[in-house]
Design a protein around this ligand. Structure first.
Ligand code: NAD
Ligand code: WQD
Length: 359
């Protein structure tokens, strides 16, 4: 299939490009590099030996997106483009709602006009909010999000599911009929939407050529640990050790980014065979605490990662992990890499690229 990745130069998109190419698909990328570098795609080309059509554009710019989609006419769009920093979203809610919602609406309008059908969306376990106890299952009601970023994912899921319903209704009505007066608002194809709820993506491609390269001080645990290990930061602050867990620190479902990437291959192939909306958790189902991650990383890099215990971080939930049975049953997908591979590959990337792509 021809698959277009919005935000494909970013952390998860670049790893997914490799998995898609290895599965025999053709990949093109649309990115505005607001949080990435074209260097990531150059490295993907080096790893795979394949050329990738690279389009610099804002995914909310309808004219540009239309002309790129007309050129590519992809069988599937995987929509990674978005702003993702939870703390920043609290300070810049307007920018987060504008960017994340607008990109999805623009893509939907373009798909409708061009009769494109298949869409895979980067959602997040954050949509479960703090209303449920893990393991989270897809049929649980979406919860109350704790920040604007989470709400953008929550709303985008809703918009996509609503569009899929409308597209199936109108596409079947207008088939064989003359359609409505406004061609642009007629759905030509019933949409197929796959919503992927990622848990905590971590690690890097095993080559060490691509990996996570956050700008400024990392918000997330694994890149922070990696930067302490490589000497860019003095120590990690563990956000609270007074939770009701065995060692007092929060537990999460860390998923190797290449396992996650392979989940996208299955999701895109599934989308092509179906219509309507389907939701999948992509996680390992196994939780690890913050201190377990610190100790596993220390073992992988061969030196103790310095840390101190600090106060809890506002908005953190104690526990989050997936029930990923549905992805196994329907997509035939499950994680294959564990905590040791996660830490090995994260360290391989960080130690080979201490300053990320910026060297
Ligand atoms: P990333 O920031 O590395 O990648 C996002 C990419 O989108 C970047 O290359 C950025 O330049 C691009 N982008 C942003 N706005 C754009 C726009 N308007 N037009 C074109 N390109 C734009 O982030 P990531 O970790 O690879 O995440 C990818 C997706 O997965 C995001 O939607 C994110 O919200 C979601 N997600 C990430 C995590 C995580 O922990 N990394 C967890 C759950 C969901
Ligand atoms: C993991 C654990 C922290 C940093 C976030 C988003 C979520 C999703 C994934 C996009 C927590 C602790 C962290 C540090 C620490 N993203 N920690 N010291 O919060 O589970 O999820 O990223 O969709 O929406 O909320 O991930 O990596 O920030 O934190 O002790 O310096 O590590 O308290 O327990 P989180 P994280």
């Amino acid at each position: 299939m021809k698959i277009l990745l919005t935000g494909g130069a970013g952390y998860i998109g670049s790893h997914t490009a490799i998995a898609l190419i290895e599965a025999g698909h053709d990949v093109s990328v649309l990115d505005n590099y607001s949080n990435s570098s074209p260097e990531a795609i150059k490295r993907v080309e080096k790893i795979t030996g394949k050329n990738i059509a690279l389009h610099e554009a804002d995914a909310a710019d309808k004219d540009k997106v239309m002309s790129i989609l007309k050129k590519e006419m992809p069988d599937c769009i995987i929509h990674f483009a978005g702003l993702k920093a939870v703390g920043e979203s609290v300070d810049k809610p307007v920018e987060y709602y504008r960017n994340n919602i607008d990109t999805t609406l623009t893509l939907l309008e373009c798909m409708r006009e061009l009769g494109l059908k298949n869409f895979v969306f980067s959602s997040s376990a954050t949509v479960y909010g703090d209303d449920h106890k893990p393991p989270f299952t897809e049929e649980m009601t979406k919860g109350m999000c704790t920040n604007p970023y989470g709400w953008t994912k929550w709303m985008q899921e809703q918009m996509l599911a609503d569009a899929a319903i409308a597209s199936s209704k109108f596409a079947s009505q207008s088939r064989g009929a003359k359609g409505s007066e406004d061609e642009a608002t007629d759905w030509k194809e019933p949409l197929s939407v796959v919503l992927l709820r990622y848990f905590n993506p971590v690690g890097a491609h095993e080559s060490g050529l691509i990996g996570e390269d956050p700008q400024g001080i990392p918000n997330n645990l694994m890149p922070f640990i990696s930067q302490v290990a490589v000497g860019r930061r003095d120590h990690l602050t563990v956000f609270g050790d007074d939770y009701d867990t065995p060692d007092g620190t929060c537990r999460r479902d860390y998923i190797h980014v290449m396992d996650l990437a392979e989940g996208h291959v299955k999701a895109a192939e599934y989308a092509a065979e179906h219509t309507g909306t389907e939701v999948f958790n992509l996680g390992s189902g196994t939780p690890y605490s913050v201190l377990e991650m610190v100790h596993a990383f220390s073992a992988a890099c061969g030196s103790e990662v310095a840390y101190e215990i600090g106060p809890r971080r506002a908005g953190d939930i104690q526990d989050s992990w997936a029930n990923a049975d549905k992805a196994l049953k329907v997509l035939g997908w499950k994680t294959r890499r564990g905590i040791d591979e996660i830490c090995r590959d994260a360290w391989n990337w960080q130690s080979q690229n201490p300053q990320g792509y910026g060297e």
